[in-house]
Write a protein that binds this ligand. Structure first.
Ligand code: UDP
Length: 409
């Protein structure tokens, strides 16, 4: 088990002392996080690191999930896509089913937090409980991890009725926010530098993982780690690889798994397998739900990391790659430009051809690759580590009413 004190080596003693002090102001308060899946995807990734650290600094943090069947998660996936601006057909009956499942969850879930901290749209309807007796003293916060800037109007309006009942909303970037009647707080996501996903690994572990998947450590490796999701464009990544391979020898790793709340993954995985065909240099790895050491090793073994998303919330995988001082080429969408300054801390691209061109440049110029990776590492160190996020969340919780005087968010 790691302790908050272990982060002092990375961010300094003073930062840790400040977090501990701020956390002590929340002593005994219950912060109840609720999302839709314990593993898979960025929200679960963040909560699994954040909840133990909050507890350690004196905050009684809890983490619960809502339940839903396949139909519910098919609908919430459509809602997710349509909030990202993708055209989806969501019927009245779909919205009706969403509300029915919300009501079923309301019967089962014990909303005992002083602050109920709801993550993303799937559990958003739990706010209905606010009108019930005994709930008016609780504070409700909705944390949106999605870029809502091109959200479908009907879908957004459906959610807006719920959002505006919350006391606060939290967005990752001003660019993602919407006009709302409630206060909006801006807090960007983070990665945990000491987690199995991001900690330093001995060379033997990296080699052992490569050997297990029969990947050649002596040749260039291009990698994208992502759930098998169309918005992550895994098929486009194969196109990129094929263009690069005309000029520079390389292998391609497409590694990801499914999230419990993402029913499309198997279909997309099959499309990827079909497109990869007989190419022995493409490694399509369907990883089990918790594969942190494997992902860490694959990222560390890579010569180039791609994140060719068509739409993206924040894109934690970008920070994960940069933290490992890797050159990352990623689409200029969602939260990715917050993490990459073009040609300084990585490369931003918009097309398959552009991505391939940059990948080729990086493979042919290791010095340039190294410089981008180092700058990227420093940027993540200053802006996207869990300690900054922890402090922001504690300040947010204090701001909801426990200690207004201490708050400077
Ligand atoms: N991830 C994982 N296993 C997988 C695929 C992804 O653990 O098979 C992790 C990945 O390393 C990152 C998170 O899940 O920490 C994905 O977050 P991101 O913001 O990149 O995308 P999201 O899946 O939330 O859209």
């Amino acid at each position: 088990m790691r302790s908050i004190k272990d982060y002092a080596d990375i961010v300094g003693e003073e930062t840790i002392e400040e977090i501990e002090k701020l956390g002590s102001y929340l002593n005994g308060k219950i912060i109840q996080n609720i999302n839709s899946t314990p593993v898979g995807g960025g929200v679960a990734e963040i909560l699994s690191g954040m909840v133990p650290l909050l507890k350690e600094v004196g905050v009684d943090a809890r983490w619960d999930f809502i339940k839903g069947g396949e139909k519910f998660f098919e609908i919430t996936k459509k809602i997710h896509n349509s909030l990202h601006g993708v055209e989806e057909n969501i019927s009245e009956s779909d919205f009706g089913h969403f509300l029915d499942v919300t009501d079923e969850n309301l019967k089962e879930i014990n909303l005992l937090g002083d602050i109920i901290f709801i993550h993303d749209p799937q559990p958003i309807g739990l706010i209905k409980v606010k009108d019930r007796k005994g709930f008016n003293k609780k504070k409700f916060i909705w944390r949106c991890h999605i870029d809502l800037s091109s959200a479908n109007t009907d879908t957004f309006n459906f959610l807006k009725k719920f959002i505006e009942k919350y006391d606060y909303s939290v967005f990752s970037s001003p660019l993602f926010a919407k006009k709302l009647k409630i206060p909006q707080i801006l807090i960007s996501p983070s990665i945990d530098p000491l987690s199995d996903k991001n900690k330093d690994l001995p060379a033997e572990t990296i080699n052992e993982v490569l050997e297990r998947f029969r990947i050649d450590p002596e040749r260039n490796i291009i990698t994208q780690i992502s759930r098998f999701d169309r918005l992550k464009d895994p098929l486009g990544v194969i196109d990129v690889y094929r263009l690069v391979k005309k000029y520079v020898d390389c292998q391609l790793i497409l590694a990801g798994g499914a999230a419990a709340d993402d029913p499309e993954a198997t279909e997309v995985y099959n499309e990827v397998i079909e497109k990869a065909g007989e190419d022995k240099d493409i490694f399509v790895l369907n990883l089990p739900p918790v594969s942190n050491i494997e992902i860490n090793a694959l990222q560390r073994a890579s010569t180039v990391i791609l994140q060719k998303s068509i739409k993206e919330g924040f894109g934690l995988t970008v920070s994960e790659g940069l933290w490992k001082s890797k050159p990352v080429i990623a689409s200029a969408v969602g939260g990715i430009p917050l993490q990459i300054t073009h040609k300084y801390s990585g490369l931003l691209s918009r097309t398959i051809e552009g991505t391939a061109l940059y990948a080729k440049q990086i493979l042919q110029n290791p010095e340039y690759a190294k410089q981008l990776g180092e700058n990227g590492h420093n940027h993540v160190k200053h802006s996207f580590l869990i300690t900054r996020h922890l402090r922001d969340y504690i300040l947010l919780f204090l701001k909801t009413g426990f200690r207004e005087d201490t708050v400077y968010l």
